[in-house]
Design a protein. Structure first.
Lengths: 208, 208, 208, 208
């Protein structure tokens, strides 16, 4: 199985999912007080921005993680497919959360649905990593052994943080959305991952 | 005609069709009892998951099958286009089936529509294979002759199983959805195809 | 400007437009008589199939035509963009035509809208060709001079036939849809184009 | 981080955003006076055409600008993501503006929303450029120093012109749409950028 073709399929699916997000912002119901109608939709806009950031940063991390794999086998393909399924699903809870916040109805339920989606996603990430790195099944030979445990820890912390987001959702939907925004920023700035990609860059010239 | 460009077009269409599936889950009608509204939609979610798996596994098989072709001619292009037309159509019966199951109305009709779509798809797969493998028209020279009959048998069994799914749909819509899920798992685990891809991998180093 | 990147952008837009077509089939309004509801939608399905074929065959021809260009400049980029704009627009009149035929209201108007879109598309094709082939501005040096006039004639005939389809639309909407289906088949079988691609294939080994 | 993969992700997102625009044209509400219904929608069509041109030309400029970058780092990736977020958002204000003009209600508010989106987009372009060109952080070594100030000036003028479009929107929504069309044409014809791409083409043979 060609790794680059699986990466291209993943890239395509990321690109489409991130673009479909705009369809989650409900069009104005009437145009008489359009300014009011549009500013009222700010929670949809906020949810759109958070999910856009989440998917964009995930694309980057997907890129980094797969860069450490020497090849893709059927098992990884199916786990990656499960991961993509949760990403592609994200526009649905994004739309529901934005609309629930605007209406002031069902916001906590919507935030739970959003957090559950993200949690399943985090577990799919963990499964991808554990499958590919376990006994170095698909890892690049250049990948340093001491970084393996660190990465596993990072994925484990990720699943715990996202599971926690379900609790935050039960408390307050706005706090939950902010929490997901902060998690995205954390993953964007994550020094571990940056160190990793620098290490990968150094290892790169050595690869054929 | 460049084979890689036809494969890239197919990949793109697979990626978009799999992503559009999320639009088949109907948004909540009201937000007052949102928890109830969302859990009520589990048949749409189940149909989404089955169709997602179906398209993902088909992408993989498309990849495997085309990997055995030396080139693409106009005839194969048009048959592949017909195949893509049935895949791209899948979101429609997926959405109808999920909604019919939720409403408890028209579920068997919807399951028949889903199964007919999948059956036409199976025939399109058969046509692609028979056209390309007949008199080894487009097969790689490395493709072993004794695997040709086995593959033709596998495609024939596929068309029979999918035709059978129309009968299952007439009995029970839930059973029909489960049947399609099982067929997808069967194609995902199919030892024949795995043996084939392993053989192809072995043949690969010998190709220029 | 990299020709391959313009071709990839075009390919992506073709792939998305062809996949969005499925959204033009209206979902069932009610599920009580679902069989009736779905079979009623056959004009939408027919319009979907015709437009799918049209876009698929255009992708192939786009591929052939651009294969004869040595490079892409800004002028060709903008004409190609205009061409893509008419292709991307096609789902709209496709959806309107299918629905108008089902309702038995406004079918001729809808068929005119469809035909006008296709006519503008044909003129855009003509403009792309005339711009790129005029004084051999962007043609491959290997492209035989005597094939140039033939191709120009073919594009001219295309614009005439599509303009004619507006007349057919005024007579009967079903006939118009069939006419567009036939035109697609004609472009799919077109011996001139097939001869051209064979000639291009022969010329290909000579190119660097 | 692979520059070509970031460019491919961007290309994919451009292609999808430009294709989703067609979904912003509202389908006919009734089919009895379909001719009237469709011709009434000309503002949606005009908004569609302007936004299509805007995104198409931006794709070209994205291509030109990134062609001058030697590589992509995390900072540029996130700024590019912010830029893509505003482009992907464009279908929403496009749809609202077309519908507001048709209804003759809320047109100025809709034009302001469109102009604000474009202004944020212009600032994102400026940020991409300033980040990558500042102290020549990511510029190709071949990029001539004297062209740097000119390009910075062009981006600054762009942000001013787009900020001005908010004022035009407050005066008249049609004028605002025309203004955005003219800005797109200006960016399409922009002699500076054409000179730049010619210079880049000349520099190209010297690059490895």
């Amino acid at each position: 199985m060609s790794k680059s073709r699986v990466e291209m399929l993943s890239d395509g699916i990321f690109a489409i999912a991130i673009t479909l997000l705009v369809l989650t912002i409900p069009p104005p119901a009437h145009y008489q007080h359009l300014g009011h109608e549009l500013t009222n939709r700010w929670p949809s806009l906020a949810a759109y921005a958070v999910s856009f950031g989440v998917i964009g940063i995930m694309w980057l991390n997907h890129h980094s993680v797969f860069g450490n794999f020497a090849r893709v086998d059927r098992g990884l393909f199916y786990l990656n497919l499960a991961l993509l399924m949760t990403i592609v699903f994200l526009p649905y809870p994004t739309g529901v959360l934005g609309e629930a916040l605007r209406r002031g109805q069902g916001a906590r339920v919507a935030a739970v649905a959003y957090s559950v989606t993200m949690t399943v996603n985090a577990y799919a990430w963990g499964a991808v990593w554990l499958y590919a790195s376990g006994r170095r099944r698909l890892l690049e030979p250049e990948f340093p052994e001491d970084r393996r445990a660190g990465a596993t820890l990072a994925f484990t912390v990720g699943t715990i943080l996202y599971t926690l987001s379900i609790g935050v959702a039960l408390l307050n939907a706005y706090a939950c959305l902010a929490f997901h925004g902060l998690l995205a920023v954390y993953y964007a700035l994550d020094p571990l991952s940056r160190r990793a990609s620098r290490a990968a860059a150094m290892a790169d010239p050595g690869s054929p």
